[in-house]
Design a protein around this ligand. Structure first.
Ligand SMILES: [Cu+2]
Length: 153
């Protein structure tokens, strides 16, 4: 009786692993967070999400130990004014990429719990629509363009 029960638990565990490896394959390329002056409360992180699978997936949430709240944001141009707004998810199409970059989609770090200075590394956990997640360590870098809206054409 007890043996049967253990056998069943093991089987469930094995199935769980199989399900995880069948989830969409997303590789994160060149992730980094924006360095900010000391005392600044918010920053953002950027990366390229590369979906090598044949299934669409989406980034649906993120978290980090360096920010109280982490939100997914996009920049939109409304009558010539760049506005930042929260989005529910960032789609990563099958065999495609999502570019998170200054002036576009970004992972917003709100309520920084520490200064973000160039050369540091921070943790960031990404959660995807298929239930998978990835824990990243990313460098803090200076970002020259974007975010402040100085666009020269
Ligand atoms: Cu933002």
């Amino acid at each position: 009786m007890i043996k049967t029960l253990i056998g069943r638990v093991c089987l469930v565990g094995a199935l769980g692993l199989t399900a995880m490896s069948a989830s969409a394959e997303v590789t994160v390329e060149n992730p980094y967070a924006r360095a900010v002056p000391p005392g600044q409360m918010n920053s953002a992180s950027f990366m390229v999400l590369n979906n090598t699978d044949t299934k669409d997936v989406a980034l649906v949430a993120a978290s980090s130990s360096v920010a109280k709240v982490v939100e997914l944001h996009n920049h939109t141009n409304e009558d010539g004014v760049m506005k930042m707004r929260q989005v529910d998810s960032i789609a990563v199409p099958a065999r495609g990429k999502a570019n998170l970059q200054p002036g576009g989609y970004h992972v917003m770090l709100i309520g920084l719990t520490q200064d973000l200075m160039e050369g540091q590394k921070i943790d960031l956990k990404l959660e995807f629509s298929d239930g998978s997640s990835q824990a990243l360590t990313l460098p803090v870098q200076k970002v020259m363009a974007g975010m402040k809206g100085h666009h020269h054409h």
